[in-house]
Design a protein around this ligand. Structure first.
Ligand code: NAP
Length: 320
């Protein structure tokens, strides 16, 4: 009997968006404790295009060909031996396997059953697929890493992006005073999401507009205008910089110590209990998910081109 195949988007080499090509590959089969999920939509994240071109998680994935994508919203098709918590037909979402390959740019993925949570009931698959990686990053950085408490002052760089717009809402939910950077055209929207103060980073140096911050969630990094290094100046003594995109260089660590503040690198991890909690916040109407556009899987290259321009409001999603 021939192995069933599926549609996917793969890449034969590292390179620009043009290396992404539609292919047919064997459909995976779930091992014991895994589920086979029919992917209805796959979220697109900066780590996808960084990895595509040889950065990001390329060191983990190894040499191409490989299938990108970590954000999945879909339907359980089959359960492996021993799985008792899901059944075929259940609607799930997750960020399985990260940072190993999940292969979400495809019709099916297999992954450990406990890396999925029930899809938010109030979202369609396109919106649900926008959530896992971005929301887990925002949630884990604010809660597990920074321990943000009510009344603290939190600065979120790039509040209008995939991670940022969720971080603004989570920080508000945690009771923080939320300050965020974005272009002026996005300020009204960010205030509706819960930002108390907005700074247009294209006209104002943020360090001239905000001080005494307890936690900076930096989603820009030192690669752009020394954002991490400049963020040390706005922290109160003992405050924490979570350097999300580029980590903490030895120079940054030294400067943080000299300034009496802390700086930590961060990498998001699969976390089904957090996804269940986030689904609850979404279904209660506490958190809104912004999807800028939905493209068919075969247009993954176009989604990468647009994402890489760095102006996305919320998320880009591929429908499978
Ligand atoms: N370490 C981890 O675990 C982890 C996890 C998730 C993401 N990340 C990284 O975190 C970064 C953000 O991810 P994302 O998904 O949120 O990206 P994204 O959605 O592509 O971010 C786009 C947003 O960035 C804003 N922006 C660009 N330059 C800015 C600047 N200098 N100051 C303020 N805002 C700026 C843009 O807003 P305007 O149009 O208003 O400029 C746009 O809305 C990426 O580098 C990603 O790789 C790391």
């Amino acid at each position: 009997m021939s192995t069933p195949t599926m549609r996917a988007v793969s890449q034969p080499a590292f390179g620009g968006p043009e290396v992404l090509e539609p292919v047919h590959v064997p459909r995976p089969e779930p091992l014991p404790t895994e589920v086979l999920v029919r992917v209805r939509a796959a979220g697109v994240n900066p780590v996808d295009w960084k990895t595509r071109s040889g950065g990001g998680m390329a060191g983990v994935l190894g040499q191409p060909p490989f299938i990108l994508g970590w954000d999945v919203s879909g339907v359980v098709e089959e359960v492996g031996f021993g799985v008792t918590t899901w059944k075929p037909g259940d609607e799930v979402y997750g960020m399985p396997w990260f940072p190993r390959a999940a292969g979400a740019y495809a019709e099916y993925v297999t992954a450990p059953s406990r890396q999925f949570a029930r899809k938010p009931a109030t979202l369609d698959h396109e919106h649900a697929a926008a959530v896992p990686l971005a929301a887990l990053t925002a949630w884990q950085a604010l809660t597990d890493t920074a321990g943000v408490r009510a009344g603290q002052r939190v600065l979120i760089h790039a509040g209008a992006g995939g991670v940022g717009h969720l971080a603004v809402q989570f920080a508000r939910h945690l009771g923080a005073h939320v300050v965020t950077t974005a272009r002026a055209a996005k300020h009204e929207w960010l205030r509706k999401l819960g930002a108390d103060e907005t700074i247009d980073y294209t006209t104002t140096r943020f360090e001239d507009a905000v001080a005494d911050v307890d936690v900076v969630v930096d989603l820009v990094g030192d690669g752009h205008d020394d954002t991490s290094t400049r963020s040390l100046r706005v922290l109160r003594r003992g405050g924490l910089l979570v350097a999300v995109p580029s980590g903490v260089s030895p120079e940054l660590a030294e400067r943080a110590e000299a300034a009496g503040v802390r700086a930590t690198p961060f990498l998001v991890e699969p976390d089904a209990p957090a996804l269940a909690r986030i689904a609850g916040l979404i279904d209660q109407g506490e958190v809104a998910v912004e999807v800028e556009d939905v493209l068919p899987l075969e247009q993954a290259a176009e989604a990468h081109r647009r994402g890489e321009e760095g102006r996305t409001r919320g998320k880009l999603v591929l429908t499978v």
